[in-house]
Write a protein that binds this ligand. Structure first.
Ligand code: PHE
Length: 339
């Protein structure tokens, strides 16, 4: 028995198949139904019990050794079959790989998200197709407000109104419905307005809006938050200015400008000779909005702000034509490789 085991081992160790078909032949020869190993096991059955233990182990070890070797040959030669050649041709040239770049709007969005994440804001998202309640009514828009008009809003159905959201303030309404107070969120997303496409306007654009509701939230908190944001976004030297404005859902409302970096405040065509650039809208959440959304306006107060990403990207990258962000011309997109 010992001799047979040794013989099989010897002859097997001298084999080195060159192709998959040869490997298969060897497998049948050794492990197949009439193979050497099967025959050994048959002889093993005839042994007296005192030898069985010793030879059982030896034959099993041999079988494992052969199986492993055959499997490794298989792997080796299967690769050849896949490559359709026996050897790898390392002189072949690789395909030119053009790696893509992040879209400038994504770059800006990620940057803004990072800034507010640091201040403890979480991201909240909602649907692009909305109803009148979430886009207008819950935000204190009067019945006859022009934003509800067909000229501004893309309606999908009338009565009850189903529409494409015109701002992501609708997501803030959803958060007030669903979340416990305090709320501190930013809402990035696409918005839609029925406007003629030009260098300065598009019917689809991107916004990030923010909402913070808690006890004792003040206008000073809003101003400090926005100042921090502006410095992070446009550089430590950035100055901001708040101008009174109007939105149905905030009272008081303001628009925030940052000082024009291009002319250093002297006045140029970009800042329309004012030295300032408009960046976002903001204000204290109107108590009516809190009450409409089931929040006690005596105990809680809040602020909100909203900005267009295309506008911020325009200021940051000095791209004057908004349409470039939507055309996806690679020659344009390639320029943002280093961000
Ligand atoms: N929702 C406003 C818009 O789309 C922006 C805004 C948000 C203004 C929050 C004030 C407060 O123009």
């Amino acid at each position: 028995m010992d001799k047979k085991i040794l013989e099989i081992q010897e002859t097997f160790s001298q084999l080195s198949p060159k192709k998959l078909s040869e490997v298969e032949k060897i497998r049948i020869e050794y492990l197949g139904r009439n193979g050497y190993l099967t025959k050994l096991f048959e002889e093993f059955k005839e042994l007296s019990p005192e030898f069985k233990k010793e030879y059982g182990k030896k034959i099993n070890d041999l079988k494992n050794l052969i199986t492993e070797k055959i499997n490794s040959w298989k792997l080796l030669h299967e690769k050849d079959v896949n490559n359709k050649t026996e050897k790898l041709d390392l002189s072949l040239e690789e395909y030119p790989i053009n790696s893509g770049t992040r879209h400038p709007i994504s770059i800006i969005k990620n940057e803004i998200v990072e800034i507010f994440k640091y201040l403890g804001y979480s991201i909240y998202e909602g649907p692009e197709i909305e109803d009148d309640w979430h886009v207008f009514s819950a935000l204190n828009f009067p019945e006859e407000h022009p934003a509800r008009d067909m000229q501004d809003t893309f309606f999908i159905e009338k009565k009850p109104d189903i529409l494409l959201r015109t701002h992501t303030s609708s997501v803030q309404v959803r958060s007030m419905e669903q979340e416990k107070l305090p709320i501190r969120i930013i809402c990035p997303g696409r918005v839609f307005r029925n406007e003629a496409i030009s260098a300065r306007a598009h019917c689809i654009f991107h916004q990030i809006e923010g909402l913070y509701i808690d006890k004792n939230v003040s206008f000073a908190d809003l101003k400090q938050t926005l100042l921090y944001f502006a410095k992070e976004m446009f550089g430590a030297e950035t100055k901001i200015r708040l101008r009174p404005s109007f939105f149905p859902f905030t009272e008081p409302s303001a628009e925030m400008d940052v000082n024009c970096k291009l002319c250093g405040g002297k006045g140029c065509s970009v800042c329309k000779y004012t030295g300032w650039l408009e960046v976002l809208g903001c204000g204290m959440v109107d108590p009516n909005v809190l009450e409409l959304n089931g929040i006690n306006s005596k105990t809680f107060s809040g602020f909100a702000f909203g900005m267009g990403l295309e506008r911020i990207a325009m200021l940051k990258f000095q791209v004057r034509d908004l349409r470039l962000y939507f055309e996806n011309d690679v020659r344009f997109l390639k320029q943002f490789k280093n961000y």
